[in-house]
Design a protein around this ligand. Structure first.
Ligand code: GDP
Ligand code: MG
Length: 449
């Protein structure tokens, strides 16, 4: 399928499902797709690991990003192509970005103060949008002082990006572990986009020096990355190709890796289609599971409430009549006025039993609300069983690890929704869900050429 047609189709799906996603409290990772958009490349790493220098280098020409040994940048910078060069800061910056970046708005004004868009007329930016980020170590120490959800913002940028480069600095092997752990929390499930770079390789003075830095990095990566194999580590450095100086390690292999890094970067375009597809598939599968389980729980709750209300009404009627008969006997009269008999005992019996029944019903509805909350809690607790039950048929036909993984990704939030959130009306739920399931199926089976 032509790339644009396919992106248009996915965008249409997103627009069509936006209302249901809101009703089922489901958040799409990429709520819209810019048709014909550019791939995004995110650079992460601790401060002064060389992110900004690398970005300047790949773009060529006069440097755009500030560089320095001290933390020079405390915000995210998105570098976009444009004929008119300009810098836009704060909330206005968001309006300059492709529409899928709108998801960043949820991090609030404090975050937007740290967002910057730089529009530059560089050929490189015609093929990819680059995102520079502030140092990670600062985040680990001062997440509070930043005033916004830094890890959340990194995760959001990562979700929007098609490729993530994770830079390490051999100057500070001691901070590697901390950086890796912060990253791994933000990047869970996105390891496939990740490329690890051991930067500043021109600074190694001996093979021992290099082995120590490389070993430290592998050691720390192994402890947090969930992949079975060690990811490939690209050993790079920034700037023009240098010749080996006497006190430095030979640069030949690093030059080769640098070239590989550039090749990957230049091929980012091909990854975009895959990522759009993968994100859409994950979003639609997640939404269809959410809809199915929430509808299932809502119907169960509806059944329980109906039974309870029916029982409550029967009990109220029995209570009212029982009390009426009791009072009538107490007042030695009949519950129905009779000719010649005084009227007041009958009226009094009716009034007292009427008021008592209203009180009974009030008590019943208070109890019903409490029982409803308890029932929702119970339903949320056994949601994993419900998932197995609901998807028993699909899983019996073939191993559906993908379904189980999608469920794992949304199960905590779904439990929360069932326990607390206002639940949508399950009427016609099946037909709504079927269209989401179709979209999930199509995105899984799209063959692009
Ligand atoms: N030797 C060497 N120094 C580098 C390299 N890349 C960056 N630097 C230096 O490292 C410092 C921090 O770089 P910067 O790009 O600001 O790092 P950032 O904080 O990750 O953006 C600067 O002084 C750069 O000159 C490299 O590949 N080799
Ligand atoms: Mg920087």
């Amino acid at each position: 399928m032509d790339e644009k047609v396919f992106e248009e189709k996915i965008d249409q799906y997103y627009r069509a499902f936006a209302e249901w996603a809101a009703r089922y409290h489901f958040t799409f990772t990429r709520p819209s797709v810019t048709v014909g958009g550019l791939p995004c490349v995110l650079f992460l790493g601790n401060h002064s690991s060389g992110k900004s220098s690398l970005i300047n280098w790949v773009m060529g020409g006069t440097p755009v990003q500030d560089i320095g040994v001290a933390p020079t940048d405390d915000g995210f910078t998105v570098l976009l192509y444009g004929e008119k060069e300009e810098d836009v800061f704060g909330p206005a910056a968001l309006t300059r970005l492709p529409k899928e970046f709108a998801a960043l708005g949820r991090f609030g004004p404090e975050f937007l103060q740290h967002l910057r868009v730089r529009i530059r007329m560089r050929d490189f930016l015609k093929n990819a949008t680059l995102i520079d980020s502030p140092g990670m170590i600062d985040a680990a120490e001062g997440a509070v002082s930043r005033g916004y959800n830094f890890a959340g913002a990194v995760r959001c940028f990562a979700e929007l990006s098609d490729m993530i480069f994770f830079l390490f600095d051999p100057d500070k092997p001691g901070t590697t572990g901390e950086t890796v752990s912060v990253f791994s929390k933000c990047l869970q499930g996105m390891e496939f986009k990740l490329r690890v770079l051991l930067n500043k390789c021109d600074t190694f003075s001996s093979l021992y020096d290099f082995a120590r830095a490389y070993g430290t990095l592998c050691w720390n990566l192994a402890r947090v990355l969930r992949t079975k194999d060690l990811p490939k580590i690209y050993t790079t450095y920034t700037g023009s190709e240098r010749v080996q100086s006497d006190d430095r390690l030979a640069l030949t292999d690093f030059n080769r890796h640098r070239k590989e890094f550039l090749d990957i970067l230049n091929a980012a375009h091909a990854r975009r289609a895959d990522n759009v597809l993968a994100a859409a598939h994950a979003d639609f599968t997640g939404l269809s599971i959410r809809m199915r389980l929430v509808d299932h729980a809502t119907l169960k709750l509806f059944g329980l409430t109906c039974r309870r209300v029916l029982a409550g009404c029967v009990a109220a009627v029995l209570f009212a009549f029982g009390l009426l008969l009791l009072l009538a006997r107490l007042f030695s009269s009949s519950p129905i006025p009779k000719a010649g008999a005084p009227l007041w005992p009958v009226v009094l019996a009716w009034v007292i039993s009427g008021v008592a029944t209203v009180g009974f019903l009030y008590g019943f509805f208070v109890w019903n609300a409490y029982a409803n909350r308890a029932a929702r809690r119970r339903l949320a607790e056994k949601l994993d069983d419900d998932f197995e039950q609901e998807y028993r048929d699909s899983m019996a036909i073939s191993t559906r690890d993908d379904l189980r993984q999608s469920w794992l990704a949304i199960s905590a939030e779904t439990k929360e929704v069932i326990e607390r959130a206002p639940l949508p009306n399950p009427l016609f739920g099946k037909s709504r869900r079927r269209s989401v399931e179709t979209a999930a199926y199509e995105t899984a089976n799209s063959v692009k050429d």
